[in-house]
Each structure stands twice: as structure tokens, then as C-alpha cells.
Design a protein around this ligand. Sequence first.
Ligand code: ZN
Length: 134
Amino acid sequence: MKSAPHLPPFAEVVRLAELVALDLPTIELARMYKHREFTDHVIDILWPKITARGRAYYKGLSTYEGRLCQPHNNTTRFVISHACTECNREKLAEYRQSHPEKAKVAHALWHQANRDYVNAYKRARRALKREQAA
Ligand SMILES: [Zn+2]
């Protein structure tokens, strides 16, 4: 099994930046490291041989364009699992169908954890419907 992507220790990143004479304040490098928000420019300089998946991970993205999934004709994959996003969607739907009670609990927990988002969404949806009716 392929290992999950990871960032090298920060001290190593700083050493690497000094080695290639990266023109960037260390505090800015620390910010990028902390929030996993490296720019393409910095990635190109520090890790010229990085994979598409590694680049996506260093930029804090959850998906990347990787190997083609034949049945789905899809190249978008999840950084964490390598899984094709369409395969993942199908497997999830299958799981929900075969475990309806667990899916129901997970759904309720999500709504509980994202109450503010759900309320804002519903408010916006009602406003849109009112606008369309008028
Ligand atoms: Zn697929």
C-alpha cells in the first residue's frame, strides 16, 4: 500500500530553501508550511521532481489529476487515498444502501455539526425561491 503524503520536517524545508537560495523570508515559508499553502513557484524551486499528487498535497488541495480510471474515463483522484472520485462516489452510495441505519446516523451527525451552514443554506434557498416567485 502506498503511504499517505506528508510534509518533511520544517527544519528540512528551511535547509532545502537555503540550499537552493530561495528568495523568500523564513516567516513566509513557515506560514506556507503551517497552512499547507505552498505556491506552485515555491514547489517548483524546492521540489522540482514532485508528483502531481504531492504538489496537490503541498498546496492543501484534496484532489489532483492523476492516472486515468478506465470505467469512468476520469483522472480526478483523491490525494489521501489515490481513489478515483467517481469510484469513491459509487462505493459510498453502495455502502449507504447496504448500511442504511449507519448512513442515517452519519447524516444526523453531519447536520448537527454543520447546523450554521445548513441554516444559512436554507435561508438563502428560501430567499431565492421568494425572488423567483415574485
Ligand atoms: Zn473510477
